[in-house]
Design a binder for this molecule. Sequence first.
Ligand SMILES: Cc1ncc(COP(=O)(O)O)c(C=O)c1O
Length: 379
Amino acid sequence: MSLFPTYPRLPITITDGEGTIVRDEDNKEYLDFMAGIGVNNLGHRPASVQRAIEEQMNRLWHVSNLFPIPVQEDAAKLLTEHSSMDAVFFCNSGAEANEAAIKLARKHTWKDKVVTFHQSFHGRTFATMAATGQDKVRTGFGQMLEPFEYARWNDRESVEAAIDENTAACLVEVVQGEGGVRPGEQSFLKHVQAICKENGALFIIDEIQTGMGRTGELFSYQTVGLDPDIITSAKGLGSGFPIGAMLGKEYLKEDFGPGSHGSTFGGNPLSAAAAKATLEEIVQEEFLDDVKEKGNYLKGKLELMVNDVPGVEEVRGLGLMIGIEWDREVKPMIEQAREKGLLILPAGPNVIRLLPPLTVTMKQLEAALQILDEVFHDQ
Ligand SMILES: Cc1ncc(COP(=O)(O)O)c(C=O)c1O
C-alpha cells in the first residue's frame, strides 16, 4: 500500500452510505454509530446538503479569500446568530480551528501559557499536540511548543493552581471525547470560567466533537450555560465536507485584522455551502429537541441494560454522545458488534463510544440496542 501506516485500518471497506446505514464491498449493511467519528451528524449524504453542494458546484468551486464570499458570510451569520459569538474565522479542520484559537488568545492577551486538561484531545499539529493532555499523542515528536500546563479534569484545586496571571487561555472540552466520553461537571466548568476571568485569561471551548447538535444544543457550552470568549468547531460542520471554524467575541475582532492569520481553502464556496446547509437543519429547535429525546432514551435504555452485566463501570454522556466504561479492554466487543452489523468506537482502551448520526430513527436505535444487549451479555 502506498500510504503511511498512520491509521490501524478496520477489515471492512465501506463503499456506500445513506442516513445511518452504510454498506461494505460485499453489500453487507451496518448501522453506523461511528458517523465518521462524529462527522456525519445528519447521516450519510443528507439530501439538503447534497443539493447545496451540487448547486454550488455548478457555479463556482473556489475563489480566494481576497474576494468577498457571500455563502461564507451566510454560514458565519448562522453560527453567530445561534451562539453567543460575534465573528467567525473559517479553516479546514479541528486542529486548525484550535491553532487559530491559541494564536488569537496569545495575540489578544500578550501572554503565552495555555492551560488544558489531562486526557484532553485537541489535534495533531504542533500547538494542538502540545495542548493535548495525552502522552501517547506527543511521544516521539521532540520539543513541544511551550508553555502548556495540564490540570486534572473536574478538579478545582488543580485548575486554580494552573491558571495564573501569565495564562493566555484555558482550552476545555465540555465532554472529553477521545479521552473517554467524560463530561465536565457544570459547577467545575463554571469555576474554570470564573478563574479565567479573574486572571485575564480567555476561556476557550473546543466544540469539535461536542458541537453541531451532538449534545442536544448547537454547541455543548449552551447545555451548561457557559460564556466562553472563543469556541472551535469542525467535524460535523460540513456533514463530511472538510471545514473548520473558530468563533470569537466582538472584542477579539481587531486582534485578527488583515494579514494576521489566513487559510487558502478556509471557508471556500464549496465547503461554506456544505456548512450553511448543515447549519440550516441543525439549528431548528425541533431537530435539537429530537436529539435530546433520543439521547436520553438511548442512555436510559443502556443504564437499564447494564444493570445485570458485570464489568460495566459507568454509562455516561450528553445527548447522542455516549460512553460505556468497562473494567476491561473493549476492542473484542467492538469487533463482535461489527460482525453483528453495528459500527461503534472506542474512546481509550476501556470505553465504548456511541456517536450515531443525529438523524438516527427510533427503529435504528432499537436495533443497535438489541445488538449491544447480545454483545454485553456474552462477556
Ligand atoms: C475535541 C477535538 N478537538 C480537536 C480534534 C482534531 O480535529 P481534526 O482531526 O479535524 O484536526 C478532534 C478530533 O478528534 C477532537 O475530537
